[in-house]
Design a protein around this ligand. Sequence first.
Ligand code: AMP
Ligand code: ZN
Length: 114
Amino acid sequence: MADECIFCKIVNGEIPSEKVHEDDHVLAFKDIDPQAPVHIIIIPKKHHQSIMTVPAGEPIIAQMLEAANRIALKMGIADSGFRLVTNVGEDGGQTVPHLHFHLLGGRAMQWPPG
Ligand code: AMP
Ligand code: ZN
């Protein structure tokens, strides 16, 4: 765990969350400030700052993608479609420095993003 990381605190239960999926490596919960009818945050339980800091050969990205597919099915957005996004760094708009995917659905998304 990284000190003062809010997503690590969600993993260890210090900060409550509305969980929608949990397995040995991945946790997913509802975003506190949803930008779509379905807005889920998918994180590795182990702290990584972003996709840029995951060591080569680590299976966590595949595990997170597999969880995203399952959650999309569970939340009923697999057929209508969804967006899966990971923001990296300042220009990417990353505000929480713990790797996460945003799973967004339940409405038509715009392109290009802002
Ligand atoms: P990003 O800006 O890509 O780093 O995304 C961080 C996301 O985490 C934002 O969409 C926030 O609304 C969300 N968030 C921050 N704190 C919490 C929390 N305690 N519980 C759920 N989602 C959170
Ligand atoms: Zn963390």
